[in-house]
Design a protein around this ligand. Structure first.
Ligand code: TYD
Length: 200
């Protein structure tokens, strides 16, 4: 079962994925956790280029291609070899739909075209933790360890486009579950865990 998690800063995704892994493993289920961009050594090197704050000149088409390149490597090295397990992946192709197709205005056709390979390996279930960008930002800025990357530093208008992109996608994709991100992390976790256990 291939499960992906989408949602911006302050949505608690990382904590929730770690907790889910622990709980599912206690039930004897084999779980692999991973993330995008990254998840394998080469894909993590591409991540470094994508998120580096110095790369202010990175163009939207190049950005979309690099996310797709990182994804292709990650698919071959991590996702495909583990499809017999439960895979919990922090972001996947829907991030490219929301951030590049909607946020950067590249459109779905272009993003689908460059992600042709990944379209053959779509998630069974996708959780979108929906939270207003400003609210999420206020949550993480309390934590001293939080450093903004190149995409976090985008204007509110960009993040609003990303959010409406996700909500638009959720309307048409049956695999989507939209979770209210205004709840505390524990409640979000419980809601997600229940959906996964039902499906398993
Ligand atoms: P990361 O620190 O992993 O994000 P977060 O903690 O917010 O989940 O950074 C990944 C950033 O890359 C995030 O801003 C979303 C963006 N992104 C895209 O724009 N397109 C993509 O295809 C992916 C996978 C991520």
């Amino acid at each position: 079962m291939f499960i992906t998690f989408e949602g911006g800063e302050g949505s608690g995704k990382t904590t929730i994925i770690a907790k889910l892994k622990e709980t599912l493993e206690q039930k004897g289920i084999s779980v692999v956790t991973t993330r995008e961009p990254g998840g394998s050594s080469i894909a993590e090197q591409i991540r470094e280029v994508l998120l580096n704050n110095k790369n202010t000149d990175l163009k939207p088409h190049t950005e979309a291609l690099l996310f797709a390149a990182s994804r292709a490597q990650h698919l071959d090295e991590v996702i495909i070899p583990n499809l017999d397990k439960v895979i919990l992946c922090d972001r996947y192709i829907d991030s490219s739909f929301a951030y590049q197709a909607y946020g950067r205005d590249l459109g779905m056709d272009f993003v689908k075209k460059v992600n042709d390979y990944a379209l053959c390996y779509m998630p069974d279930l996708t959780f979108y933790i929906d939270l207003d960008h400003e609210v999420g930002l206020a949550r993480v800025s309390k934590s001293r360890s939080h450093k903004k990357d190149r995409l976090d530093s985008e204007q509110t208008i960009f993040h609003d486009k990303v959010r409406s992109g996700y909500l638009e996608l959720a309307k048409t994709e049956k695999r989507y579950k939209v979770i209210n991100g205004n709840q505390d992390v524990e409640s979000i976790y419980n809601e997600i865990l229940n959906v996964i256990l039902e499906r398993l």
